[in-house]
Design a protein. Structure first.
Length: 405
């Protein structure tokens, strides 16, 4: 080989090396932003982000934990300002105000074939999917202390009798008394279609009856008006209360702390009609039409990772919510004991929360109306009218914001 040929080969090799070197082919990282309000489980979601970005070093994800009461207002403002995050995790009923958030429709091929069939209800509006379900549940359960209650009550009459019998020894029901979410479970026993598409009907005899039932249950010793969120979460575990109505999110903790003393039962009936908790799904959604952006491929990769079986197998143990992956759900049910079977049966009997504008309008209205009634500032009739007026105003605000988009 002559000198000229050797030099040419060396230059060729150098060029090839430069072309394939990281310095030449490396691309800037795709930066994504994820907002959520899962404060209690933020470590789990952050660990998934870290795991994903380690496998996909060309993608960077910045996670922001927003208090749940300010998540929607903050997201609305960011969409209006044009600086919304590419991804948000929120509850499925928020799809009732999806237009405010300019959510991308999710292509069918982004949804895993392994999703539970019932997840379709939580993600679709007008035939299109607007989110990817990550967990589901969020339902209320009747817990009881077996050291105090040998046989759980099946109806409210039995429950009331037990409260009278135990009145001198124990507080009776640990329950977040002023919670709109809790009240709605009782309202469902009287009238379940108070907030469905094109029907917002809180000013009804059914709401009045549910309010009066609430106050009566306080007077007969079942409910404790001094018991709020912290009480419902902590006092039952100390043995102070015989029962608790609380969410699925507390089941694992209660099981760990009370062990064999924990019992789980279905929510009882009221005058022959069952108290029905709501249930919903935690969705991954894409505000400000982010799926149509240049970051589409990165968003797709992350969404597929979150829907994988390896992630789904960890969901319940880390979040106390049910996975949306069919095989992971079946595995979980097979592994559970008797308490867990009742827990799952309560999930099956719970009502899927509509993702309607009406449903999105009622929460603050119910919570404030309930408070004004319990404190004696309004009668049951006045509280029902107040709930209706305030919910209609909120619905109109949502409609106005939708129309302005």
């Amino acid at each position: 080989m002559n000198i000229k040929t050797s030099v040419l080969l060396s230059l060729f090799s150098l060029c090839i090396g430069l072309l394939w070197s990281p310095w030449v082919v490396s691309q800037p990282k795709v930066e994504l932003n994820l907002w959520h309000s899962q404060g209690y489980t933020q470590a789990f979601w952050q660990s998934l982000v870290d795991e994903f970005t380690e496998k996909q070093p060309d993608i960077q994800i910045q996670v922001s934990v927003i208090p749940w009461k300010t998540l929607n207002p903050s997201l609305t403002q960011s969409v209006m300002a044009g600086d919304a995050p590419e991804m948000v995790m929120f509850q499925s009923d928020n799809l009732g105000i999806k237009d405010i958030f300019k959510l991308s429709a999710v292509p069918n091929n982004w949804l895993a074939n392994s999703l539970l069939p019932e997840m379709e209800f939580f993600i679709k509006r007008q035939g299109k999917a607007y989110g990817i379900p990550l967990t589901h549940g969020n339902h209320l359960v009747l817990y009881y202390n077996k050291q105090i209650i040998k046989q759980p009550a099946m109806d409210w009459q039995q429950l009331t009798q037990q409260a009278k019998t135990l009145a001198k020894q124990y507080q009776f029901m640990a329950f977040d008394y002023y919670s709109a979410y809790g009240f709605v479970s009782f309202l469902n026993a009287f009238y379940s279609d108070f907030a469905v598409n094109n029907n917002l009907n809180l000013n009804s005899p059914h709401t009045i009856a549910a309010l009066e039932f609430f106050k009566e249950s306080t007077q007969n010793g079942v409910f404790d008006p001094e018991c709020g969120f912290i009480c419902a979460r902590e006092s039952f575990l100390t043995g102070k209360y015989a029962y608790a109505i609380n969410g699925d999110w507390e089941y694992a903790r209660m099981s760990a702390e009370l062990g064999d003393d924990l019992g789980v039962a279905l929510l009882p009936t009221v005058a022959g009609k069952r108290i029905v908790s709501m249930k919903s799904a935690l969705l991954l959604v894409f505000p400000n039409q982010s799926i149509a952006s240049s970051k589409q491929q990165a968003l797709f990769k992350f969404s597929q990772f979150l829907q994988s079986k390896t992630v789904a197998d960890r969901v319940y143990h880390k979040t106390q919510s049910m996975p949306t992956h069919s095989a992971a759900m079946q595995d979980l049910i097979k592994q559970g004991g008797q308490n867990f079977q009742w827990f799952i049966e309560q999930l099956r009997q719970s009502k899927a929360m509509p993702s309607s504008t009406e449903m999105a309008s009622v929460w603050d209205s119910i919570e404030k109306g309930l408070e004004l009634y319990i404190t004696g500032e309004l009668s049951a009739e006045q509280a029902a009218k107040y709930m209706q007026r305030r919910a209609l105003r909120e619905k109109q605000k949502i409609k106005s914001r939708n129309d302005s988009e």
